[in-house]
Ligand binder design. Structure first.
Ligand SMILES: [Zn+2]
Length: 281
């Protein structure tokens, strides 16, 4: 699917390459809300053209599901100084996450462009939310309500769920993935993630529709299963750490991981870093 797919009345998903990233448009009376902005400025510009062509209404609101580059590096095509001048809403930690993870990622690429030869990041101006969200917030789009629900640390410390209560549609970003395994990317919280996802599944009805950060629309059962997979992984990481195993030994201990082994390497490293930290108090 590389066209707009109507998930529910007024709510449309389009899956873009690279990364099979989910972009969502939610229609309001006088404008549209856009969820995530693709992976580089030119992709954001192309997205802007696609939205104008299909919906013929201005993008008045942008929401970032989390800070990762493939969801935010198109922000500058919509934010301050552009003709759209949309308000950008995202988790209140995004600016900090940019400083800790995405800015160094950009600096490393500038220092050695051969590291990621497919990326065109020369023009990236990191554009954090103009409206940082720290508590559940309701947006009235004109004839349609959406709720912005910032989450505790999970896939990142910047996850924010978009929920359309009348249509019963949830937009979960990379808290759940369908077309690939869940990713323990930069700044992930492998031990806390499953509990956050399980709580979201508990809040869903069986017929609710769930748009993942990558892939086709899924349902509560899919979300609950992925939460279970992540919980099994977290339990094994914790048990291996308790038993004094190294991170590599923790992975070698089992041969029936629910997530491919190469996706778990960064996850076990993040989990061990967190388990090695002394308690806060
Ligand atoms: Zn992500």
């Amino acid at each position: 699917m590389r066209e707009w797919h109507t998930v529910a009345p007024g709510i449309h998903q389009r899956r873009y390459d690279p990364f099979d990233i989910s972009i969502v448009v939610i229609e309001g009376a006088d404008g549209v809300l856009l969820v995530d902005t693709r992976a580089e400025p030119a992709e954001g510009e192309a997205l802007s053209d696609d939205v104008r062509e299909r919906f013929d209404r201005p993008v008045r609101w942008v929401v970032n599901t989390h800070a990762h580059f493939d969801h935010t590096f198109g922000n500058q095509a919509f934010g301050p100084g552009t003709s759209a001048d949309a308000s950008i809403h995202g988790h209140e930690n995004i600016a900090t996450h940019f400083a800790e993870h995405e800015r160094p990622r950009l600096a490393a690429w500038h220092a050695d462009p051969t590291r990621e030869p497919g990326r065109h990041w020369d023009d990236v101006r990191l554009t954090p939310p103009t409206h940082p969200v720290g508590t559940p917030t309701t947006l009235d789009l004109g004839g349609r309500i959406v709720e912005l629900l910032p989450q505790p640390p999970a896939h990142t410390d910047t996850d924010l769920v978009v929920f359309a209560p009348a249509e019963r549609v949830w937009i979960l970003g990379d808290l759940v993935e369908e077309s690939g395994p869940p990713m323990y990317g930069s700044g992930s919280f492998p031990l806390q993630w499953p509990g956050v996802l399980a709580a979201l599944a508990d809040a869903m009805d069986p017929r609710d529709l769930v748009i993942p950060g990558h892939g086709r629309v899924v349902d509560r059962g899919f979300v609950a299963r992925q939460a279970g997979d992540l919980q099994l992984v977290a339990d094994r990481f914790r048990a291996a750490h308790d038993d004094g195993l190294t991170a590599a030994e923790a992975l070698a201990r089992h041969h029936d991981w629910p997530i491919p082994l190469d996706f778990l390497v960064s996850g076990v490293e993040r989990a061990y870093t967190q388990l090695d930290q002394p308690p806060a108090d």
